[in-house]
Unconditional design. Structure first.
Length: 179
């Protein structure tokens, strides 16, 4: 079975890298908290067993080419959060640990992975699906250059609650043709 080489992306201020076995304790610290449980489909509580199962799923979806999950770091070391991209719909998501919010990490990671999605993966559109009352994610979307679309809201059920998601989009820049 062919393997995909590890991916690392940087903008000079943050480094996005693939998750490793050594990150399991950091995953539990980042994702086992109420805001993450409320806004994401991650398991709650997010203990070591949940982190290991999540890491297995991350590796499986990377290997089958359906999704990419990257740890958000400042220098390639300790994870501060995660950014992910589903290749089928071009849907991007993120979560930043409570201790690391308010530093612009989510918007930087979103811009970086969106640029990679357009330039390297050839995705013409990347989307975010955000609840209308999620002011922090709305700010991330705007800071990363996404715009609210006129697509109808999507209602989903996750972790025992029903929520409405608005679609934000970032379209690839037009290709410039020179004579």
């Amino acid at each position: 079975m062919p393997t995909t080489p590890p991916l690392t992306l940087t903008d000079g201020r943050i480094v996005l890298r693939e998750w490793t076995d050594a990150d399991v304790p950091a995953m539990t610290a980042l994702f086992d908290e109420p805001a993450v449980a409320y806004r994401t489909p991650l398991a709650s509580p997010f203990d070591e067993a949940a982190a290991r199962a999540y890491l297995t799923m991350i590796r499986r979806t990377r290997a089958d080419g359906t999704r990419l999950h990257l740890a958000i770091t400042k220098d390639g070391g300790a994870p501060l959060g995660e950014v992910l991209l589903g290749f089928v719909q071009g849907a991007l998501g993120y979560a930043v640990g409570a201790a690391h919010r308010g530093q612009g990490l989510a918007s930087r990671a979103t811009r970086l992975l969106t640029g990679h999605a357009h330039a390297v993966l050839g995705l013409p559109r990347v989307i975010l699906q955000i609840e209308p009352d999620n002011a922090a994610s709305t700010a991330v979307a705007r800071a990363a250059g996404f715009r609210l679309t006129d697509e109808p809201p999507e209602t989903v059920r996750s972790n025992g609650r029903t929520h409405t998601l608005l679609t934000w989009a970032h379209d690839a820049p037009p290709v410039r043709m020179y004579p």
